[in-house]
Design a protein. Sequence first.
Length: 152
Amino acid sequence: MSETQFHLAQLNMGRIRYPVEDPRMAGFMNRLDEINALVDGTEGFVWRLQTEEGNATALRPYEDDRDLINLSVWESIDALKAFTYHSNHVEVFRQRHEWFEPSSEATLVMWWVPAGHIPSIEEVIERLDRLRREGPTSEAFTFREGVQPACG
């Protein structure tokens, strides 16, 4: 199988320092529409989790109401890396510590899915839990490992 038969799913989870309506979160919340429009137009972007509001801040898959998630699907690791580190997104990324608590656990996980597959919330929670439990594998990894899809 070639890489084009697979897409890269990614989950990024973070615990916000304050409620989303708190003025101290305004710097983050005021940039959401801009960053989401940027991702939507990025080459290699396939899909992202969102509500009718156009983002995923209202979704709370974890028990703690301060845990926000970002779930998206990409054509390749390179496409996600380019968006994350080489677009205007990097400005918000560099400021993340103003709005999100540091974590001693993994908060980003990636894995390959068949092209056209949309990950469920249960699936993404399981992948992050697997990474935290087992460390990086071909089933749950981070940018550092850069695992390519299995051929076969």
